[in-house]
Write a protein that binds this ligand. Structure first.
Ligand code: PHE
Length: 443
């Protein structure tokens, strides 16, 4: 089946689903955000909480969300509508889809700015512009970029345009083909950089920082950050895996595909950490230095290391590719929805891309807009979306309906998943919300 038929598109094969969804999952979250939030929250204990959230909240919700998409064979709003109708429950559940479309667009409004920074650093690395400079000068280079609104605007516009171009080409022809090329490149580059960090960085110190847990550093707020990040990094709770699931071939097993994607995403976050923290320490920087971390540390490391311009270029190409395969998945739920409402794919793409572009401009001019968009989406909207998905599938859809769609697992495993989804996942999300709100009021 292809995009040109009137019916809903389907990925050309199972691997494309895996690559597209892994592409959605692996992004700036893994390479840019994870290292600095782990750094800000003390390292090891935070990493453990995040892994726990992936296991108890992330994977069960991913299975549920993908299932809603494949069963509904539509964008998140209509997929929820049909299923609410067939289960005889309120149409209000389709709000999950609408909130998801909004979250995707809100994320892209700052995501594209960060992707723009990484394009700038591809350029700076390839032209050796920070090579041989002193560490202080190199680190200050990011501050200069953060003030240079014109330059950020150019890269942000370029990134949104490429995203729109790929998505505009369609699901199989645009997104499917893109991920088939981008993802193998991403894997190769990451291995190359791991090797580089192993040889040039303080590798053991990096590992110790990531894996030695000091639980006294954990607060309600850091717990919320860990949970929010688990949702963010797996692209959950906002319709991305739902819409990608709606293009999934019927014969594919949802649980095994989901476990594969979650495993790859986690592996890549950890490997990225193993490539980055050793270089952070070797550069004499602190891992908790905030959103600029990646763009200060890595250039410092590359500036005086053997092959720095080459590996620096490779690294920032890697970051840009990871961002691109995610940005297309951030905008796709909205596009699929508008298409269903009768707007052509091209018009929908241009319209939403423009909206994201405007939001991006606001993020460039105001750090508050930037961080509010990030906080609202990752820490509130995605976990809330995930909670509602767990409640809907666990308590509203009905056991038999769900069992029919979840193939490739024994009854025993299915039952474990269903119990986790009904009880553990919702309680987990609610407890973390509660703990962080409590913290907010100083109780
Ligand atoms: N998972 C992506 C990342 O880690 C971000 C993302 C979130 C993409 C939600 C799609 C949907 O960078």
């Amino acid at each position: 089946m292809s995009d040109s038929t009137a019916s809903h598109p389907i990925w050309s094969n199972r691997l494309t689903y895996i690559l597209a969804t892994t592409g959605a999952a692996v992004g700036l979250g893994n390479i840019w955000k994870f290292p600095y939030i782990a750094g800000e929250n003390g390292g090891g204990a935070f990493v453990l909480m995040y892994l726990l959230c992936i296991l108890l909240l992330g994977i069960p919700i991913m299975v549920a969300e993908v299932m809603l998409g494949r069963k509904g064979r539509a964008n998140p709003v209509h997929a929820m509508l049909t299923q609410a109708r067939s289960a005889g429950v309120s149409k209000g559940w389709s709000l999950i889809g609408i909130m998801g479309v909004a979250a995707g667009i809100m994320i892209l409004m700052y995501y594209s700015v960060v992707a723009g920074w990484s394009l700038e650093y591809v350029f700076q690395s390839a032209t050796s512009s920070y090579i041989g400079k002193s560490p202080t000068d190199v680190a200050a280079g990011f501050g200069v970029l953060a003030q240079d609104t014109t330059r950020q605007l150019i890269w942000h516009s370029a990134f949104i345009s490429v995203t729109a171009f790929i998505v505009g080409l369609g699901v199989t022809r645009g997104i499917g083909n893109a991920v088939n090329i981008l993802m193998p490149m991403l894997f190769m580059l990451l291995l190359l950089l791991l090797w580089y960090a192993y040889n040039n960085g303080e590798f053991m110190r990096g590992l110790t920082f990531m894996f030695s847990a000091d639980f006294s550093k954990l607060t309600g707020a850091s717990l919320l950050t860990a949970m929010g990040h688990a949702f963010f990094t797996l692209s959950l709770g906002m319709g991305t895996v739902m819409v990608y699931g709606s293009y999934m071939p019927e014969s594919q097993s949802i649980p095994s595909a989901s476990v594969t994607v979650a495993f790859l995403d986690t592996l890549i976050a950890l490997v990225a950490g193993m490539a980055i923290f050793p270089l952070v320490f070797a550069s004499g920087l602190e891992p908790g230095s905030g959103p600029g971390l990646l763009f200060e540390t890595l250039p410092i490391a590359f500036s005086d290391m053997w092959g720095g311009a080459f590996f620096g270029t490779g690294f920032f190409v890697l970051v840009s590719i990871a961002a691109l395969s995610s940005s297309i998945s951030l905008i796709e739920p909205g596009i699929a929805w508008l298409e269903k409402l009768g707007i052509t794919r091209i018009k929908a793409t241009v319209g939403l891309a423009l909206l994201c572009w405007i939001g991006g401009v606001a993020s460039i001019y105001s750090a508050d807009v930037f961080s509010t968009l990030d906080y609202l989406t990752a820490n509130i909207m995605l976990p809330l979306g995930g909670l509602l998905i767990a409640l809907f599938v666990g308590w509203r859809l009905g056991y038999t309906r769900v069992r029919k769609e979840i193939t490739g697992v024994s009854n025993g495993l299915f039952n474990i998943w269903f119990v986790v989804l009904r009880f553990i996942t919702p309680i987990g999300v609610i407890v973390v919300f509660y703990e962080s709100i409590k913290g907010l009021f100083g109780a």
